[in-house]
Design a protein around this ligand. Structure first.
Ligand SMILES: NC(=O)c1ccc[n+]([C@@H]2O[C@H](COP(=O)([O-])OP(=O)(O)OC[C@H]3O[C@@H](n4cnc5c(N)ncnc54)[C@H](OP(=O)(O)O)[C@@H]3O)[C@@H](O)[C@H]2O)c1
Length: 239
């Protein structure tokens, strides 16, 4: 399988790339800096292709040919937690990267491209009943107003969720992790169709490595894909 990875140099993206390579898949990583993945480059040789550029900076023809050749796309994009990363351009990094890929997909694909998007448990799936308290509503409203990255995650999810996939060559799953932690042990994880706790007042945890496991397994395992395709699973480390 050939997988195009966006946000491949990030804390979660690096795990995704490593896992896919370990399982003999070919990874095409869009990167801003080729140093971050240099150890994996050395270890896995021509299984890993690094392309310097982003989904927002590559030309239409460059991105189209990557989309045409890929079996799947994983996006682990996230804003750098600096003033520039949070408030500078591109404000809608995640949404606009996904949009660009979707817009180019139909023209170059005869079969559907699978996209797995890393999002957040603080983003609601408006296609189903996901009740939240008045206080959470208020706090999320404030976060939405003050922090563009949350707005970006919401809009990226809404964009895919409301897409008429019958008119595209695309299938999607949006993975919503609860609070991310770094942990290397082999903890179990659980997937739920909706949050089972408040993302603001009672958040759980999930390791980035488990998020990477979920995202790569979705692409690799057709049964798992069939189950979650077009849905927004929430992932927590098992209690
Ligand atoms: N923190 C939490 O508890 C939490 C919980 C749930 C969900 N999330 C979401 O999880 C996602 C990823 O988390 P993470 O911790 O793995 O992220 P991360 O380590 O910050 O990685 C972000 C990735 O996005 C890339 N990136 C940043 N700005 C970019 C730009 N302008 N153009 C192109 N690429 C850009 C980074 O590239 P460089 O390496 O070049 O900077 C990096 O590869 C985020 O969307 C976040 O909102 C976070």
């Amino acid at each position: 399988m050939k997988v195009l990875v966006l946000g491949a140099t990030g804390a979660t993206g690096r795990h995704v790339v490593h896992m896919l390579l370990q399982q003999q898949h070919h990874v095409v990583a869009l990167v801003r800096n080729t140093e971050t993945l240099s150890a994996l480059d050395t270890e896995f040789g021509n299984q890993l292709t690094q392309i310097k550029g982003t989904a927002l900076t590559l030309s239409d023809s460059q991105l189209s040919s990557l989309i045409a050749e890929a079996d799947g796309v994983v996006t682990c994009l996230g804003h750098n937690l600096t003033l520039k990363g949070v408030y500078g351009a591109p404000r809608m990094l995640v949404r606009d990267s996904i949009k660009r890929i979707v817009n180019l997909t139909s023209a170059v694909r005869a079969n559907p491209l699978k996209i797995v998007l890393m999002n957040s448990s603080g983003v609601r799936n408006k296609d189903q009943h996901e009740p939240i308290s008045f206080m959470q509503h208020l706090v999320i409203g404030l976060i939405r107003a003050l922090l563009p990255p949350h707005r970006d995650n919401e809009q990226a999810a809404d964009y895919l969720r409301t897409l008429d996939v019958s008119k595209t060559q695309l299938q999607w799953t949006i993975v919503r992790p609860d609070a991310l932690i770094d942990q290397d042990e082999n903890e179990e994880y659980d997937l739920y169709p909706a949050p089972i706790r408040s993302a603001i007042f009672d958040s759980g945890q999930v390791s980035r490595i488990n998020v990477a496991r979920v995202m790569s397994r979705l692409l690799i395992d057709p049964e798992l894909w069939h189950h979650w395709q077009g849905r927004m699973p929430v992932v927590y480390n098992s209690a």
